[in-house]
Structure formats: structure tokens, C-alpha cells
Design a protein. Structure first.
Length: 264
């Protein structure tokens, strides 16, 4: 197999730094035609270095996640819409877990207009968003803080989680499989997520549709353990059927958004 060209190596470096690259931006940056960039992206996707999306590509890895800041940039509008739709399903004067994730943070952002909430979280970003609001009680799970994203994980965190029983757990995942598996990269983070699921009366999964284009090695749970799945749009017939088979409520925040395509 031919080695990557200098431009392709630069494209991969950009994708690793930002999470996603677009044909339009790359054509301007490298002063080449969009058709040339599409050929580069298709070649990189054939080599499984990138994953093609409508208008660009994502970094592709089934064993290592993107940086947290890069993940914030991916599907930002979709995550914001998911956050608003999920928050609308959470009643005032209720208790909830919110775990680590850029989409769960959007849910927290949308919850700031609620009142009477008790929020238990292992996500320092969520705690910082919500603690100034006098109508909310925020409880931060104890344990070591992961420097890369502000997650509190480990055995102490799991023990802390198990002291609570909440009305709703809001969880995310790094990848979804069409068979209904929820997947992530970090076994310690997964252990915390499982404890959150076990100690909530209702579990709400918040994930954008691009998570179906990703793979990750550690299984969090199965869709049968989820009560409500909030996404931007669910294109997968197989996953929709899995949700229906297990009575999972599917909420699509952007049902009329354009589909992800393999070609521009």
C-alpha cells in the first residue's frame, strides 16, 4: 500500500486536532479543488484512518477516543438540539444523575431554566454550569478527577454513586452499535456509567446519529436497559427496530435534518 501523501498526513493531523474536517475548509487551506480533497478523504476512509461524513470526515479509531475539546466541535448543533429535547422531558422538582460527555453537558445547559432539581454528577463541567443556580442542589461524586475532561471516575466514584437512587439518569456513549450495544473507550468510565444506570428509576440516553459511525471496545449496556433515547435523527432501521422491541421511547430532535452521506 502506498504511504500517505504529505497533504493526507496534514489532513489526518487536522482531524486529530479538531475531530472533524470538511471538504470546503480543506480545499481552501491546501489551495486545491474540492474534487482533489474528496479523493484524499475517500482514500483515507478506505484505509480506515478517517470515517466519511456528509461534507467531510471524522477521525476513525475503535480503541482511542478523541480529545474532549475536539469532541465538543463534532455535531455541535445536533448536540445542542438533543440537549434541549432531553431537558424538556425532565420535570421540575426531580432528581437526576448526569454523567460525563459533551452531549450530557448540553442537557445540563438546557436544564438551567428548571427549578427544584437535585443533580448528582461525576462531571465537573456540569457541576460548574449548574451550581450557581439557587433553585438547584448540585452534588459532585467523590473520587479522583481525570484531567483530560473533568470526569470523576474510579472505585471511590462508583461507591459514591451507589449512595443515591434518582428519578432519571442522563448518560451518553462514545459509540452505538445497530444491535443496541452502548460502547465506550475507558473501562473505569464505563464502570461509573453502569452504576449510574443501576441506581436510576429511568435511564435517558443522549447520543447524536454520528455515534453509529463509530466503534469503541468497552460495552456500557444494551438499549434494553434504556427507557428514552434522545438523538438528532435515527436513520438506522435496525436500531429503530431494537428500540421498538424493548419499548424504548425514541425522541428525534432534528427529524428533518439532511442524512449523513458517503459522498458530498
Amino acid at each position: 500500500m502506498q504511504p500517505l501523501s504529505d497533504r493526507q498526513n496534514d489532513i489526518v493531523s487536522l482531524a486529530r486536532a479538531t475531530g472533524r474536517v470538511t471538504v470546503e475548509d480543506l480545499a481552501v487551506r491546501f489551495d486545491v479543488t474540492p474534487q482533489t480533497i474528496r479523493r484524499d478523504l475517500n482514500d483515507l476512509c478506505d484505509r480506515r484512518v478517517l470515517t466519511r461524513t456528509h461534507g467531510g470526515a471524522l477521525i476513525s479509531s475503535s480503541v482511542e477516543n478523541l480529545s474532549y475539546e475536539a469532541r465538543r466541535l463534532i455535531a455541535a448543533d445536533a448536540k445542542r438540539a438533543i440537549g434541549a429535547a432531553a431537558a424538556a422531558l425532565i420535570p421540575d422538582k426531580s432528581s437526576l444523575f448526569i454523567n460525563i460527555g459533551t452531549t450530557t453537558e448540553e442537557v445540563a445547559m438546557a436544564l438551567r431554566s428548571h427549578s427544584g432539581l437535585r443533580v448528582v454528577t461525576n462531571n465537573l463541567n456540569v457541576a460548574m454550569m449548574l451550581y450557581p443556580h439557587p433553585s438547584m442542589e448540585v452534588i459532585v461524586i467523590g473520587g479522583p478527577v481525570r484531567r483530560s475532561d473533568g470526569a470523576v471516575i474510579g472505585g471511590g466514584a462508583v461507591d459514591s454513586i451507589r449512595q443515591f437512587k434518582v428519578d432519571t439518569a442522563v448518560i451518553g456513549a462514545s459509540a452505538l452499535d445497530e444491535d443496541g450495544s452502548l460502547l465506550d473507550f475507558d473501562a473505569l468510565e464505563v464502570t461509573a456509567s453502569r452504576a449510574i444506570i443501576e441506581n436510576a428509576r429511568r435511564v435517558m440516553l443522549v447520543c447524536d446519529r454520528m455515534k453509529l459511525q463509530r466503534a469503541a471496545p468497552v460495552r456500557i449496556a444494551h438499549m434494553s436497559q434504556i427507557h428514552t433515547f434522545v438523538t438528532d435523527r435515527l436513520d438506522s432501521i435496525a436500531l429503530r427496530e431494537t428500540c421498538a422491541a424493548h419499548g424504548v421511547q425514541v425522541v428525534e430532535a432534528l427529524p428533518d435534518s439532511p442524512p449523513e452521506e458517503m459522498q458530498d
